[in-house]
Design a protein around this ligand. Structure first.
Ligand code: FMN
Length: 268
């Protein structure tokens, strides 16, 4: 998933052009182009506006952009911007990269994220993830899933009372199942199984569209029901944290520790 940023620098008497010229002449532009994950860094001069210069930069991921924001270059850019007394208008676009739509890539890329940045997941992406929940298979197609989207400060604070594992995620999907709807077979119900499939669908769709995530089991279910006033028949099954990895998020050491197929499978 790559990110494109358009920045319109506006200044009087051609100062925006002077700024761009100095950025290029000082070699700052060249250095930024060499930063990890930079795909484009280009100044344009709109025909119809002599006071504005447009910078288009593109980054291969939000992590690369976060690193760029913390790089020493940013100080130099800020100084120059102040020197020329420029105003800025910023637009940001996210492109979902085509490669991620390959299922093989998705299942290999998915990994548990335990440190999220403050950046919020865009509503279109949350909706896309929720659509994957809607399309998930459930026993007898009874669709007992109920998903609570916690992304306000109030609901995140409530969640912090029920789990030690929020990891700064700014959006948490509380995956629940309605026991009164799910298929009951004698003394057994598929309510939990259905919700797990729903959560798995969302987890994989999140990875597919470049949203980092983790499945959380460690939370107090009774307390969560109380905090969010859930009815008796609504059972919270798991939390799915979604967001963007923090720049210093460490890799999950367990991720590559998978057993051999021969330990897991037996042809009979
Ligand atoms: C059912 C389930 C429950 C989990 N619960 C937690 C949890 O409560 N806290 C946590 O930090 N990670 C939790 N995880 C994440 C796992 O530890 C992680 O998926 C596992 O180590 C494999 O690593 P990977 O996801 O990076 O491949 C859970 C994962 C699953 C599937």
């Amino acid at each position: 998933m790559s990110l494109t940023i358009n920045i319109y620098y506006k200044g009087e008497n051609g100062s925006a052009k002077e700024f761009a010229k100095e950025m290029i002449e000082k070699g700052i532009v060249e250095q930024i182009r060499k930063e990890k994950g930079n795909e484009k860094y280009e100044y344009f001069y709109p025909h119809d506006d002599l006071e504005t210069v447009l910078l288009i930069d593109r980054w291969e991921s939000s992590t690369a952009l976060d690193l760029h924001h913390k790089s020493p270059m940013m100080m130099q850019i800020a100084k120059l911007r102040d020197k020329y007394n420029l105003k800025m208008k910023v637009e940001q676009y996210t492109e979902i990269s085509k490669e991620n739509h390959d299922f093989e890539t998705v299942i290999r890329q998915r990994t548990a994220t335990r440190k999220f940045s403050d950046k919020k997941v865009e509503i279109e992406k949350i909706n896309k993830i929720l659509e994957a929940a809607r399309l998930a298979p459930t026993a007898k197609n009874l669709q007992p899933q109920k998903i609570l989207v916690a992304n306000t400060l109030e609901s995140l604070n409530k969640l912090d009372k029920v789990t030690p594992c929020r990891y700064n995620a700014q959006t948490v999907l509380i995956v629940c199942s309605d026991k009164s709807i799910a298929w009951k077979k004698e003394d057994y119900s598929t309510y939990e199984m259905d919700a797990c499939i729903v959560a798995t669908h969302m987890m994989l769709e999140a990875t597919n569209i470049g949203i980092d995530n983790i499945w959380i089991e460690m939370f107090d279910k009774e307390k969560l029901k109380e905090e969010f006033n859930l009815e008796d028949n609504i059972e919270p099954i798991c939390l799915l944290l979604i967001g963007y990895k923090a720049a210093d998020c460490k890799e999950n050491p367990l991720h590559n520790k998978r057993k051999e197929l021969s330990d897991l499978v037996k042809f009979i």
